[in-house]
Design a protein around this ligand. Structure first.
Ligand code: SF4
Length: 348
């Protein structure tokens, strides 16, 4: 089987080119074709010699993913894409028009694993179980394909699709670096967010390596017995320990860490607000509230009135909050709804 060229960093392509007697600057040209011009065929790389194009085509593959299905929300224009990997797994990516138009912020939510082993109770991906980590090329190709299919260039990326990114640390961070390269997708570091359910070791490594990307951590409960029930990761890596880690190590110069909080009927009480207040004594975090989406879980969705009451309480307590609009919930493309199923068989 041929190798996927998008698994290689710029440095690695430079070495590959040097090894076959090509000038190393050709690596930047290759990156420009792959990411900026988004071609899916080596023969379109017209500033390369015929020999080089043939060599690349013999040795490497450009696209590891095949589009299987595509669905668009009639409510907010969010689009969900189902891709098949070369070995038959299904993964999903979501394209979000943040203000409902083709201008402004355009986000692609990428998957980092086929399936996921973390078992969060509110998440459809968890039900598939874990298949495997995605390669760097498979992460990047989601952006290539979505850009090609929509004809639009996203300026924001969130690792909030299928999978736990820090269980696939090396491939995820390599993909993020290529997204950020001037010769890659050239997306600002402040527009790339890596979201974890709370993998202590991954967070520590991310901080120690001074990775410049935004960090988001899912909390979802203030009562840690409940959290352990909904998010088994709590048993191994208690949230309290993660907050201590952030207090001790997270640099003050960085963007605040986002704490994601999916609002259910039973986690937005007065006591929850009080416990959040205690947690927010550490002031390098901000709270992102997300209304629970429909799914095959048995969790209760709060009413708008209950949500408003909770938000009011948090505002009075001066907790920095943002509220995430639920994009794509009518196409099962919103938070926690990615199941990697064919849409035709997903309607039952
Ligand atoms: S919420 Fe994220 S970490 Fe939890 S099971 Fe779903 S994909 Fe995995």
């Amino acid at each position: 089987m041929k190798e996927f060229i998008k698994n290689y960093s710029l440095k690695e392509v430079e070495l590959l080119f040097e090894a076959i007697g090509e000038k190393s600057y050709r690596a930047k040209q290759l990156f420009n074709w792959l990411y900026e011009r988004n071609v899916d065929n080596f023969f379109e790389m017209t500033n390369f010699s015929r020999d080089l194009r043939y060599h690349l085509d013999e040795q490497y593959e450009i696209s590891p993913l095949t589009l299987v299905d595509r669905k668009k929300s009639v409510v907010d224009g969010t689009e969900k894409f189902l891709f098949k990997t070369f070995d038959g797994h299904f993964i999903e990516s979501v394209f979000i028009r943040n203000d409902g138009t083709d201008e402004g912020r355009l986000t692609i939510c990428v998957s980092s694993q086929a399936g996921c082993p973390m078992g969060c109770a509110f998440c459809e991906t968890a039900k598939i179980g874990f298949k495997r980590n995605l390669q760097t090329a498979e992460i990047l190709d989601q952006i290539n394909q979505v850009r090609r299919l929509t004809g639009l260039k996203n300026n924001n990326v969130v690792f909030m699709g299928m999978g736990e990114p820090f269980l696939n640390y090396d491939n995820v961070l390599k993909a993020a670096d290529i997204m950020n390269y001037t010769f890659g997708f050239h997306i600002s570091v402040r527009k790339i967010t890596i979201s974890t359910c709370g993998m202590y070791e991954g967070i520590e490594r991310f901080i120690d390596e001074k990775r410049p990307y935004n960090l988001a951590i899912s909390l979802n409960d203030t009562d840690m017995v409940k959290r352990a029930k909904h998010m088994p990761v709590e048993k191994k890596y208690p949230m309290e320990k993660i907050i201590r880690l952030l207090e001790n190590k997270f640099p003050a110069s960085r963007n605040r860490v986002t704490i994601e909080y999916i609002m259910r009927k039973d986690n937005i009480s007065e006591e929850d607000a009080q416990r959040l207040k205690t947690m927010f004594r550490y002031n390098r975090i901000k709270l992102n509230l997300i209304p629970l989406n429909k799914g095959k879980h048995n969790l209760e969705i709060p009413t708008q009135e209950e949500i408003n009451k909770f938000i009011k309480r948090l505002e009075i307590m001066n907790i920095p909050i943002s509220i995430r609009k639920s994009a794509g919930s009518d196409i099962d493309g919103a938070c926690g709804q990615l199941s990697g199923k064919h849409y035709s068989s997903n309607s039952n």
